[in-house]
Design a protein around this ligand. Structure first.
Ligand SMILES: [Zn+2]
Length: 316
């Protein structure tokens, strides 16, 4: 023995080659074979397994039955259960359960000595009995009184997992918030890009031609448009900064800005005046103007209802 297929623990016949013969203890989910990962524990495992003339090496395996949690856990790396075989009625033919006589001066629970054991002749230096080993020996045989009914998992390990879970949940929440923010940014940028790439009708398209000025605004010359704009411009500041107006029409505009007073309008003020004059001159529909100026129909409606009273006041 000593190869990787057969469990190294004396009295345990679990062998990888014969899974149908596995003896699987109650605390084990899936029976596997574990080797000692760290060379420095070879002597400890050798002492724990304590078979005559046997030394643990890299290829030595111990089956899940002998680990407190069914496998090595960070705080339970070493085999500690059934290290002298199984005390089961279905394996009566096996050699009597062997255990090495320990230094009787070492404090131990009495029940350990109530179980059958006999020395296999290994001399143990009491100084070798470190904490891990004591713990292992304590666990040894506890199964007789405390069977693992609910497949226990190390509380330390559970706490660690809960910690990890809490951290991951936090991260997840943050990522979700970031995602939502990014999505809303994308939407905003899309709208901005759309607004920027739209072909817009503008006063700049017609300012060079008095004919076009007259066609669209009814004013004879561009200079007159400029004059009108300069006259009205001071009043528009009030509109922008939501400082209260008297007319009923302004309420629509105030509503528009109520969310974010002072928001910069995407449309140049000259074009708002142009839009208003085009409405007066050509009586274009709002959806038509919206299409030409590349704005929404509600913007057209708000612009016109805002500018009409001002234009009206200047022109009459
Ligand atoms: Zn085993």
């Amino acid at each position: 023995m000593g190869g990787g297929d057969h469990c190294a623990v004396l009295g345990c016949n679990n062998d990888r080659r014969y899974p149908e013969r596995y003896v699987i203890k109650e605390h084990v989910n899936t029976l596997r074979f574990h080797s000692c990962r760290d060379k420095k524990y070879f002597p400890l495992w050798t002492r724990l397994i304590q078979r005559k003339d046997f030394r643990v090496k890299a290829s030595t395996t111990v089956c899940s039955n002998h680990f407190k949690y069914g496998q090595p856990y960070p705080d339970e790396l070493h085999p500690s259960l059934f290290l002298r075989g199984y005390d089961l009625p279905e394996t009566p033919k096996r050699a009597p359960v062997k255990r090495r006589a320990l230094d009787v001066t070492t404090p131990q629970p009495k029940k350990i000595r109530t179980l059958p054991y006999r020395s296999i002749g290994i001399q143990v230096n009491p100084g070798d009995i470190d904490d891990v080993k004591l713990k292992a020996l304590e666990n040894d045989h506890n199964y007789v009184h405390l069977p693992f009914r609910n497949k226990p998992v190390s509380p330390v390990y559970v706490a660690h997992l809960e910690d990890e879970l809490a951290k991951l949940t936090d991260n997840c929440g943050e990522l979700r918030r970031n995602l939502l923010e990014a999505k809303s940014n994308i939407d905003r940028l899309k709208l901005e890009a759309q607004a920027k790439t739209k072909q817009r009708f503008s006063i700049r398209d017609i300012c060079h031609s008095n004919e076009l000025i007259k066609l669209y605004t009814g004013l004879p010359r561009y200079q007159l448009f400029e004059w009108l704009f300069e006259e009205i411009k001071p009043h528009t500041k009030n509109m922008h900064y939501y400082k209260g107006k008297r007319s009923a029409e302004d309420k629509a505009y105030q509503l528009k800005n109520s969310d974010k007073p002072g928001r910069k309008r995407s449309q140049a003020l000259e074009d708002e005046l142009l839009m208003t004059l085009m409405k007066l001159r050509l009586n274009l529909r709002e959806d038509d103007l919206a299409f030409r100026f590349g704005v929404s129909q509600s913007t057209v409606s708000q612009v016109i209802s805002t500018w009409l009273p001002l234009v009206d006041r200047e022109l009459t």
